[in-house]
Design a protein around this ligand. Sequence first.
Ligand SMILES: Cc1cc2nc3c(=O)[nH]c(=O)nc-3n(C[C@H](O)[C@H](O)[C@H](O)COP(=O)(O)O)c2cc1C
Length: 326
Amino acid sequence: MDLVIGGRKLKSRVFLAPMAGVSDLPFRKIAREFGDFVMYSEMVASYAVIRNIDRTRMMMELTDDEWTGIQIVGADPKIMAEAAKKSHELGAPFLDVNMGCPVKKIVKTEAGSALMKNERLAAEIIKTVVEAVPIPVTLKIRLGWSDDHRNAIQIARIAQDNGIQLLTVHGRTRSQLFTGKADWHAIRAIKESIQIPVIVNGDITSVETARMALKESRADGVMIGRGAMGNPWLLRQIHDDIDGIPYDESTVPSRIATIEKHIQEITTFYPSYKVIINGKKVLMMYSRGRPNAAQLRHRIMTLENEAQIKGFIYSNHLYARNAVTT
Ligand SMILES: Cc1cc2nc3c(=O)[nH]c(=O)nc-3n(C[C@H](O)[C@H](O)[C@H](O)COP(=O)(O)O)c2cc1C
């Protein structure tokens, strides 16, 4: 069955997860070179959106792209609605509401996954946001707050009843944070209790795990987070596998071209004082899973300027070699 949001058929069943500090515009531009995945900005705090804070505006930057939405987080329905309107004005083709973030700073304000404990407020936020904008709104949740409070099915029904068009479920509770294993099977009961599309998320790091997650959850698509960091090839491999197309490495950008372009995007996007720190962060991401990762990380830490960062890509044969993805 086609996967549709807001009347538009999605070109891929692969979603790139919103990741604070990771899924910035440079990262999303690189991922876009690998396919028409659905992507999200880093989460942006609703109060920061309406106050027009520079750093937040940068996080909301989109390419002219119908498949990238903005994710907003907050606990005040009116401020969330204002943030939704602002996101729409800035050109977001769809929005996501964050009800999954487990981070203390967020949950202590009753936002993110804390909203799963407050179904009344969750419903009000969803309703207010959906009514505020003419674009589709999606929702991202966990299985619940804790093992004693697994109410994802109730939240899913609330979401559907109030106009959410697609639901992503990270198969962990808030209490788990990132420990244990994502429970893809638990997502099946959620999928079976609503009609809107459901996306399975958590611990999908390969074609095989994507297949298993889809099989166990019966979800309509997969969302990939950490597995895509420094590894946009994975998004394409999973996309091709779902579509039944053999993955052909010659049709995607090479490793060296990708790293080089990513660093170039960082240089263009960030003010100069942030280029070094973000550039090194990106090099670290691409060193994950390399045979000499520890040594590479050590060397990356010593880089001090843009020229050294660029030089590093070429001087480290193993780092940039167009090797099989991890
Ligand atoms: C560095 C990092 C930042 C994240 N930031 C967000 C965020 O801004 N919004 C959100 O909904 N989830 C966020 N997440 C959670 C991911 O979207 C995803 O649900 C989680 O990582 C599980 O998927 P994975 O196993 O594929 O990484 C973040 C995760 C990581 C690792």
